[in-house]
Write a protein that binds this ligand. Structure first.
Ligand code: TYD
Length: 215
């Protein structure tokens, strides 16, 4: 990496708008993210809809490992972070710099919830590493689709992947973790009850976006 690239990575992003969707499996966040992307498009905005893990070629490979291979919590976090570093530099930051709206299905808060609150890794360490890997890129707005794990896991179809197969107690810690993260940053987070009707959820999402996005 050259010095120039490193500097570019930490340059503040202006013009674009970065939205993330967070929450447990089965919360319907991917559907809401896709609807919101279509909503932006219908208003003439240039939008990038993306996801973690898996928003880049490396991410797709890392995702396969993460969802199937047994590993330590530290390795798990660092693989999610490798995916995130690649994702930010190759896709998210360039899109924001060119003024696009970026919507990501999961981002750094998933690591804090799953690997931090869920697996017990140090949040301070994770935050420092994340800042280095992303150049400090934090979303402008984060929707947390909150759901009791019993409900979310019951909605998951087909065989469970490595994380979905974790004990219910793990998923409870993840949920509480997400809620704590939202309490720590009430300006950035909007917490939604994912048990509600998807139409009502979407209207609320649009209202929040209209309040904050002036594209
Ligand atoms: P995926 O199949 O992409 O599903 P989902 O629809 O739930 O987003 O699986 C992603 C899994 O990875 C999911 O169980 C959450 C987990 N995850 C982490 O544990 N840490 C992270 O940093 C990220 C981005 C995801």
């Amino acid at each position: 990496m050259t010095m120039g690239e490193a500097a570019d990575q930490t340059r503040p992003v202006s013009g674009g708008f970065f939205i993330t969707f967070e929450g447990p499996e089965g919360s319907g966040k991917s559907t809401q993210a896709a609807r919101l992307a279509a909503w932006f498009q219908s208003r003439g905005a240039n939008v990038l809809l993306t996801r973690e893990p898996g928003g880049t070629a490396l991410g797709l490979e890392v995702r396969k490992l993460l969802l199937t291979t047994p590993m330590t919590a530290e390795a798990e976090f660092l693989l999610y972070l490798a995916d995130r570093a690649e994702h930010v530099r190759k896709k998210i930051r360039p899109a924001l710099l060119s003024g696009q709206v970026v919507i990501s299905d999961r981002y750094a808060d998933s690591s804090y919830a799953y690997q931090g609150y869920g697996r017990g890794l140090s949040l301070a360490w994770m935050r420092r590493a994340t800042e280095g890997a992303t150049g400090g890129l934090i979303p402008d707005l984060t929707f947390l689709l909150d759901l009791p794990p019993e409900v979310g896991l019951a909605r998951v179809e087909g065989p469970k992947d490595r994380l979905e197969g974790e004990a219910l107690s793990f998923h409870r810690r993840v949920r509480e973790g997400f809620l704590t993260l939202a309490e720590l940053e009430p300006e950035r987070f909007v917490v939604l009850d994912a048990k509600k009707d998807p139409e009502r959820l979407f209207s609320r999402i649009v209202r929040e976006v209209e309040r904050r996005w002036h594209g």
